[in-house]
Every structure is written in C-alpha cells, then in structure tokens.
Design a protein around this ligand. Structure first.
Ligand code: CUA
Length: 317
C-alpha cells in the first residue's frame, strides 16, 4: 500500500471524500498554519537577536544578563497556552461530532468486526453480512459500530476519515457521510499479528439506487450451483469448511467470512487477490502458505477438488 504516501493516491489522507475527513483536514490546516506562523516568528526573532547581540570588537566581558523578567516570563507562558487553545477547541469539536451520539436517526447502521486477519461487515437493519468489501450509498450518514472479537485492530479508510480502534469488549463508533461515489481503500492500522499488513479492505460508495440493488442481491439466497460448481458444493458440504463459514441455507459457521455472496466481491483474502479461479485455487489448497498465520488450514485438497470448490464459490454471486 505504498499509495499511502502519495498526495492523491488511493490511501491519501489529504483527499477528503467525507464530512469527517473534511473536518479532520480543517483541523490539520489550522495546525499547519499555526506552525508556519510560529516558525516565521521564531526565525525572525532569532535573526534579530543574532544580529543585534553579536560579539562586537572592543566589547569585553558578558553582556547584561536578564533574569526574572516578569513580562518575558508571562509572554512565553501565555503564548503557548493560547496556541494550544486554538488547536484544542476545533480538535475536540471534531472528536465529539464524529461519535455515535452525533448520528442522525436515518443513519445507516454498519457493524464492523475485525478478525485476524479480515473484516466482517454487518448491516443489522438490512439482513446483509459481507466481508472485506463494504458498500455504502453516497450522501447518507453511516454509523459504524466497531466490535472486536479477538485482538485490537484499527479501522482506517483514509479518504473517508478515521482511524479508530476496534477493541475487544468495547464498542467504539464513527459517524460519517461519504460525499462522492468511488472506490476507497482501507487498511488495518494497528499491529495485530503476522498478517497485519495483509488486512486491507475496500469501500465502494455508490448512488443510492445502485446500493439498493446491491442490498437486494445480498439479502437474496445464494443461487443453486450447476455443473462443476454443484460438485464444488458437494465438496464444501462434506469438508471442514462448514465449521467456519456461513453460506445461507448451506452452512452456519461463524469463525471465517460469510461466503453467501462471495462471487460478488471483487477481491478476497482481505484485499489481497482478485476474485478469480487463478487466485482462488492456490489459496484453497494452502492458505497459510499465501497469507502468514491464516487460520484457514490446508485441507489437503487435490487440484480437481480445489477447482470445483473455486467454481462453486465463484457461482455465489
Ligand atoms: Cu488487524 Cu492490524
């Protein structure tokens, strides 16, 4: 994710695509200007002092020493306090404005559960569960409830604002409104183990009509597979897969991503690979070899079995 450093890269914090990120950038700009003004003032005063009090020929001994000058002492105590005040007021305002309590009643509810090493997104009011790829309608406020089942992770989608920790046993919240349709990249921003760097996510912000179509498709039962995909389904149902994954109407595991509409996602493995058979087959055959620490074990599948399973997963659109 080297794009994090680019000014307008996919993970730039300087390209605001939500009200939250605009608020953060306004605080950022206040701090930048305050620092620039302080830098100029300090440089000018330093220059004057260096010129005015330089050592001159013929001068002997130390110049007059200034100790306990009340006006000076007051000045360099009060000035930094004022600078801190100027920075603190807008910062605290933004912090409060983006908490859960600030969400309007029509806000879209999304529960974010961070697992080692993938993201689960639940839309409790819409009966939709997905993983690693989040869809949001443009212009509607969203309230994210961050719920951590295992270790501490941090939910961060730079262009939409953040970051905020996902902590076991504590519910953090973020309220924001996406302001422009597009695809935004996110990344876990708190070290969480071997595959911390492999814990990406993608947010697709789309027009409300497109979002409604997506919700309808996600809430529908998965299509019944045919051909090689049907064979893949048979392998799935008799394998350990069912203990960890949910495919609605087929299995009800809760430790791994919900796969009910796996084929509709553009990437899998928490943003690592495009959803296609070329990437899926090697993954199904040996997950920990491709993603360090992955909890999904090598089930000893043959090429043919992994191929059929991939066809089944791809059919779950
Ligand atoms: Cu999850 Cu780092």
């Amino acid at each position: 994710m080297a794009g994090g450093c680019a000014f307008d890269g996919p993970m730039s914090t300087l390209v605001a695509r939500s009200d939250l990120n605009r608020s953060i950038l306004s605080v950022y700009s206040i701090i930048t200007w305050a620092c620039a003004i302080i830098a100029v003032v300090v440089s000018v005063v330093l220059g004057i002092i260096l010129l005015r009090f330089r050592e001159r020929p013929g001068a002997d001994g130390l110049p007059r020493q200034v100790l306990g000058h009340t006006a000076l002492e007051l000045a360099w105590t009060v000035a930094p306090a004022l600078v801190l005040l100027v920075i603190a007021i807008p910062t605290i305002q933004v912090v409060f404005r983006t908490q859960g309590a600030a969400a309007p009643p029509n806000a879209l509810q999304v529960t974010v559960r961070a697992w080692q090493w993938w993201w689960e997104f639940r839309y409790p009011d819409l009966d939709v569960v997905t993983a690693n790829e989040l869809h949001l309608p443009v212009g509607r406020p969203v309230i994210f409830t961050l719920d951590g089942p295992d270790v501490i992770h941090s939910f961060w989608v730079p262009q939409l604002g953040g970051k905020r920790d996902v902590v076991p046993g504590r519910l953090n919240r973020i309220t924001l409104t996406p302001e422009r349709a597009g695809e935004y990249w996110g990344q876990c921003a708190e070290f969480c183990g071997a595959s911390h760097a492999n814990m990406g996510l993608r947010v697709i912000v789309e027009e409300p009509a497109a979002f409604d179509r997506w919700v309808a498709a996600q809430a529908a039962p998965p299509p019944e597979p045919e051909g090689p995909a049907a064979e893949g389904k048979a392998i799935y149902t008799r394998s350990a897969c069912v203990g960890c994954h949910t495919i609605r109407g087929v299995s009800a595991g809760v430790l791994g991503p919900d796969l009910t509409h796996f084929g509709s996602r553009t990437l899998f493995g928490a943003g690592l690979w495009p959803t296609d058979p070329e990437h899926l087959v090697p993954w199904l055959k040996d997950p920990p070899a491709l993603k360090p620490g992955a909890k999904m074990p090598n089930l000893g599948l043959t090429d043919a079995e992994a191929g059929a399973l991939a066809a089944y997963l791809m059919s779950l659109e």
